[in-house]
Design a protein around this ligand. Structure first.
Ligand SMILES: Cc1cc2nc3c(=O)[nH]c(=O)nc-3n(C[C@H](O)[C@H](O)[C@H](O)COP(=O)(O)OP(=O)(O)OC[C@H]3O[C@@H](n4cnc5c(N)ncnc54)[C@H](O)[C@@H]3O)c2cc1C
Length: 476
């Protein structure tokens, strides 16, 4: 029997994970198409001034499934290290350890905030009676604002989650779906918050590769190539041409520097944004699907890198910045993720600024972005001793899916349509419009490959896996 030809669209973790596993198990002939020259997508890295820089703070969490971790370890060896987390969060003008720690909270937290949060927690622990605050009565909470206020009370919401949400997703918390609170906020109740303080997730540790987070995807992609996958790097997928009749293959058209190639696929595994898939599909997706594609949106992000002429900026790996007085949401120092002392006399900071592609931020030049971030750093009273040697930016068009109230309706239409295409599976962060971590994307890849084991895609099995994906909660 000839091997089926599986064409994988996208070389982020979801794409390279499937390519690696399909070839390792010799289940199919594989072609992977990626528009960039490197693997990793949003979870990739690049080299600058002798350092590996990520697209914003990335860590591999301890909750990674053992099978996936074993694969990563087999490819990275000692290059994958177990590192202690060393973050800080700015709350009401003070720095507090992040992930939160009990003694530090007691010592450093602003007293009014601590008393307010304690009062909210006690109120929520008392059995509910009709005399209790309005937050406990009436219709069940539905929006991001309602879900978190019900569970955590006004103090933590008003001073932390609501301002952070406005910056991260660019919308009022009342405009965001409650599902965003369930999938994106792992400490979404006092019980979970206390558990995290007493016993931090992953024991307060994380895995990180020597050559940046992107080394994980690079290793998957390179190994898939060594196992026989055809890797088409720098090719942008432009058209998805439907099979002429049931059982016939799909055709994927992609181009690089004006050179066009057509790939005939028995099965397509797509990690591209599902809204883009609807627009590229020929002979054309139904009009209601194209309309639905316009009604789901991703938050974009500008990453501003500041090169400094010092060994180290601070010992902190990431500063989390929910407050409104600065534009960035996080400032990380990549050298600290692996504890590197080289190169001497140089370090780079990475500032994450969520935005839309229409914002002034998106089109701002490197120097102006550098000044904006340097101003933010000064507002935070962090030790920027001299102006940065260099500032430059990278841009992510699809950083975070935005779950607006009622987004399930347009996404459901798109998803149902993509699911109905024979010989085609949409998955990964962009394909399922999912808030996820890299280990979730790799898990989805493994599940998609499981479904291809019999030679034809097992739809019933895939729907079972889809239910598991819904339980994934993002870790920061
Ligand atoms: C700021 C930030 C911080 C994060 N921090 C963490 C963290 O600490 N830990 C963690 O585990 N996860 C983290 N994540 C999440 C992580 O980045 C994602 O889970 C992961 O990138 C998802 O992989 P994916 O393959 O599904 O999607 P993507 O990484 O988005 O990959 C999709 C790929 O498709 C390619 N593509 C798109 N269109 C085309 C086209 N037309 N033709 C060809 N190729 C195309 C893209 O170039 C890209 O390579 C973070 C994400 C962000 C934005």
């Amino acid at each position: 029997m000839t091997e089926p030809h599986v064409v994988i669209l996208g070389g982020g973790p979801a794409g390279v994970g499937a390519a690696y596993r399909l070839r390792k198990q010799k289940l199919a002939r594989v072609t992977l198409i990626e528009q960039k020259e490197s693997f990793g997508g949003n979870a990739g890295s690049f080299e600058h001034a002798g350092m590996f820089l990520d697209y914003g703070s990335h860590r591999l969490h301890h909750s990674t499934e053992p099978e996936i971790l074993a694969d990563i370890r087999s490819m990275l060896g000692d290059d994958l290290q177990d590192r202690p987390r060393n973050g800080r969060i700015r709350l009401r003008g003070r720095w507090v350890r992040f992930p939160l720690s009990g003694p530090d909270l007691l010592l450093r937290l602003d007293k009014a905030f601590a008393i307010g949060a304690a009062r909210d927690m006690i109120l929520r622990a008392i059995p509910r009676t009709p005399k209790q605050p309005a937050a406990f009565r009436g219709a069940p909470p539905e929006t991001f604002a309602e879900v978190l206020r019900e569970k955590l009370g006004p103090t933590i919401c008003d001073h932390f989650y609501y301002p952070y949400a406005r910056k991260l997703w660019g919308h009022e918390p009342s405009e965001l779906s409650g599902i965003q609170a369930q999938r994106r906020v792992s400490a979404n109740s006092f019980g979970k918050l206390l558990k995290k303080i007493v016993k931090p997730t992953g024991g307060g540790k994380f895995y990180y590769p020597r050559r940046g987070f992107g080394q994980i995807s690079e290793a998957y992609g390179r190994t898939a190539g060594e196992l026989g996958a055809e890797l088409c790097m720098g090719y942008k997928v432009e058209r998805l041409i439907a099979p002429k009749a049931p059982g016939q293959p799909f055709t994927v058209e992609a181009s690089k520097n004006g050179e066009r190639r057509a790939f005939v696929a028995d099965h397509v595994l797509s990690t591209l944004p599902v809204s883009l898939v609807a627009r590229m599909y020929e002979p054309g997706a139904p009009s209601e699907v194209l309309e639905a594609a316009k009604r789901i949106d991703y938050r974009a992000m500008v990453l501003v890198y500041l090169e400094l002429d010092v060994d180290q900026f601070t010992t902190t790996d990431a500063h989390y910045l929910p407050e409104q007085n600065v534009r960035m949401t996080r400032l990380s120092e990549p050298k600290n993720y692996f504890g590197l002392s080289e190169p001497k006399g140089r370090t780079v900071l990475c500032a994450e600024i969520p935005c839309t592609v229409e914002d002034d931020i998106w089109s701002m030049d490197d120097d102006a972005l550098g000044r904006l971030v340097a101003d933010d750093i000064r507002k935070l009273e962090l030790p920027l001793l001299r102006p940065p040697v260099r500032a430059f930016a990278r841009r992510l068009r699809q950083a975070y899916p935005i779950y607006l109230n009622g987004y399930e309706e347009p996404f459901g239409k798109l998803d149902a349509w993509a699911n109905s295409l024979p010989g085609f599976t949409s998955y990964g962060r962009q394909g399922l419009f999912a808030h996820d971590n890299t280990h979730h994307a790799l898990f989805m890849a493994n599940c998609a490959v499981e479904c291809l084991k019999s030679g034809r895609f097992d739809d019933a099995e895939w729907q079972k896996y889809r239910e598991i994906f819904k339980t994934h909660v993002v870790e920061d």
